[in-house]
Design a protein around this ligand. Structure first.
Ligand code: UDP
Ligand code: MG
Length: 378
């Protein structure tokens, strides 16, 4: 409430700069009154922005359900009624953030109608289709709850499972991931590729889950708010979280066949997922030391080049085979240049990594908590 009595000096100075650049600057009395109005507006704005998030008017939600919606017009009404009946029984304040990812059907109009009648339903609308991961990221950025629960809009997930996820979270976990134990999708194009991808992800990441692709998960806010999502990476959040020290659990959840609308994905997603996995693994293990990866490959290439060179010389002097009779000189040159390129790329990556960390004040570690330590580093 201090702010109410004394507006911050930055707010005042910001206002005076804007008024001095006004086109009315030739009339001193108008300039003065203009300045008062501008100061007043900035002052009120500063109070407004401070009061609303503390939730004097509305209880701040404990649970935020985040739902990407892309051309799901037949699903949204039913989704809304299922959400309400499942979430109202929890006895906790909730909000649902539905992100319209550039739908070209009536999805947005339906969402608008729902939001008009229920302020717990919040809608974000993208200017175009950015993809499920971007929609999730936007929803998470706007979520106010302590627990964030992503879910699909197509009713393949069951909002009634939120209760089970929360109960598991309350046992002391930071992430609870859904496992579509009896998954209702096509066998050859979906189940088999997904089964294979899950096995690969599990063995490469060392985090043992059965089903990374299930959208229905529950995260504590602290775990997910800092994670930046790219590509198909939302499925790897439990892996990131585990690497950062979070406790992750998995529980079976319901899964239904899609009744309305179409799936937005085909087999190509499996390849994207594998490529994303390589990126995630690289980022996690070598992000602060990229030269270890590029440099190792570069040195290996050089060693190969020297070995081939040695063999070439042996062939010439002991077996009287001239250099030009074999492809070896070409191989020597190729591996030598490749090694050089890799080493230089490694150095470049090191520079980029340092720029990334230093320009944004990012640290190479993450502290969980401190005792008797003053000040807070982000
Ligand atoms: N989705 C989205 N943007 C896209 C593709 C999908 O927001 O570009 C949403 C879609 O509306 C659904 C969820 O992401 O709520 C999962 O999509 P889908 O059901 O097509 O995936 P599947 O269940 O077939 O893996
Ligand atoms: Mg689906």
């Amino acid at each position: 409430m201090n702010t109410v009595q004394s507006p911050s000096p930055t707010a005042m100075s910001g206002a005076s700069t804007s008024s001095s650049s006004s086109s009315l600057s030739h009339n001193p009395s108008l300039v003065a009154s203009n300045k008062i109005v501008a100061d007043r507006l900035t002052y009120e704005k500063s109070i407004y922005t401070r009061v609303i998030p503390t939730g004097l008017t509305r209880p701040s939600p404990e649970i935020s359900v985040v739902i990407p919606v892309y051309n799901e017009e037949e699903n949204v009404d039913l989704l809304y009624s299922k959400l309400v009946s499942a979430l109202d029984q929890l006895g906790r304040a909730w909000e649902a953030i539905l992100v319209d990812d550039g739908s070209s059907d009536q999805s947005y109009n339906k969402l608008k109608e729902i939001a008009a009648g229920d302020t717990r339903i919040k809608v974000l609308r993208f200017v175009r289709n950015f993809g499920q991961t971007a929609a999730l990221a936007a929803g998470i950025d706007h979520a106010l709850g302590d627990v964030i629960i992503p879910m699909d809009a197509d009713l393949q997930n069951d909002p009634a499972d939120v209760k089970k996820l929360l109960e598991k979270l309350d046992e002391g976990y930071d992430v609870v991931s859904g496992w579509r134990k009896e998954r209702k999708d096509e066998l050859f194009l979906r189940l088999i590729p997904s089964w294979t991808a899950n096995k690969i992800i599990s063995s490469i990441s060392g985090v043992r889950l059965h089903d990374y692709g299930c959208s229905l998960k529950a995260y504590r806010k602290e775990v997910i708010k800092d994670v930046r999502l790219y590509g198909e990476m939302h499925r790897f959040v439990p892996i990131y979280a585990t690497w950062l020290g979070a406790r992750v659990a998995e529980i079976p959840v319901n899964h239904y066949a899609r009744q309305f609308g179409q799936s937005k994905y085909g087999i190509s997603r499996t390849f994207k997922v594998v490529l994303d996995l390589i990126t995630v693994k690289f980022m996690a293990k070598y992000f602060t030391k990229p030269i270890y990866v590029f440099g190792t490959a570069g040195l290996a290439s050089w060693i190969l080049s020297f070995l081939i060179f040695g063999w070439m010389v042996v062939l010439k002097y002991y077996y009287q085979t001239s250099f030009i009779e074999t492809p070896l000189p070409v191989l020597v040159a190729v591996f030598f240049l490749m090694g050089m390129q890799l080493l230089l790329m490694g150095l470049q990556a090191e520079i980029m990594m340092r720029t990334y960390h230093e320009s944004q004040g990012k640290r190479i570690y993450k502290v969980k908590s401190t005792l008797n330590v003053d000040g807070e580093l982000s």
